[in-house]
Design a protein. Structure first.
Length: 226
């Protein structure tokens, strides 16, 4: 009789235990945040009449209240600009240097005016991103050119945003910022740096026109930060 009672009690104990395990798994699935999907402009390549293209980070450190300090957002704006520069610029000349200078790559969290409605989830803050770059070319002899560009984007968030909502807002801001910066750089190069842009078909070592040429890739330079 005692053995039968113990078996019955074990069954009753097992059911709530399994329920807790299932609830824990479901809660874990609900909190899972998908990987950030970036849309960094890929090309076409901008062929520059220089021997090397380098990158220098001269941007300020992020503020203590930046969303980067409390969220694991990857890539950062600085990292996205590095990837974009590697995607877009190619050295095809025999002399001179182009430097892509990151002057600003900041992300801030700012409050926005809102009502205190108990029955509605208000938009209470916003992510604001700003990027600024210079492309400086020192060519052979006295040849010189400078193209500057900047872009800004923001996205609002509801009160007490979840991790997924924060990541979605950052993704929207980052992708929009990089598209705008890319367009701004193209316009600035067209206006101030056209003499250094090679638009003619490139010839390889065999004399074949294949649209590409073996050229120095973007190489790392000293990183400047303040």
């Amino acid at each position: 009789m005692a053995k039968g009672l113990n078996k019955g009690m074990n069954k009753f104990r097992l059911v709530p235990l399994l329920s807790l395990v299932v609830l824990g798994l479901l809660a874990g699935c609900a909190d899972t945040v998908p990987a950030l999907h970036t849309d960094i402009p890929q090309g076409p390549k901008i062929n520059l009449d220089v021997q090397t293209v380098t990158l220098a980070d001269r941007s300020q450190m992020q503020s203590a209240t930046s969303p980067y300090t409390t969220n694991n957002f990857q890539p950062t704006i600085t990292e996205a600009i590095r990837q974009w520069a590697a995607n877009r610029f190619q050295a095809v000349g025999t002399g001179g240097e182009a430097v892509v200078i990151i002057k600003d790559a900041s992300l801030s969290l700012q409050p926005i005016p809102h009502s205190n409605d108990w029955f509605k989830r208000e938009q209470t803050t916003k992510y604001t991103a700003h990027a600024e770059v210079d492309i400086e070319i020192k060519g052979v002899g006295t040849r010189y050119a400078l193209a500057s560009a900047q872009a800004s984007r923001f996205e609002t968030l509801p009160e007490n945003p979840s991790e997924l909502e924060r990541q979605n807002a950052y993704t929207t801001v980052l992708n929009g910022l990089m598209r705008d910066l890319n367009q701004s750089v193209e316009n600035s190069i067209r206006e101030h740096m056209q003499d250094f842009v090679i638009t003619a078909p490139l010839i390889n070592n065999n004399g074949m026109n294949n649209g590409m040429q073996s050229a120095p890739q973007m190489v790392p330079s000293q990183t400047y930060s303040h």
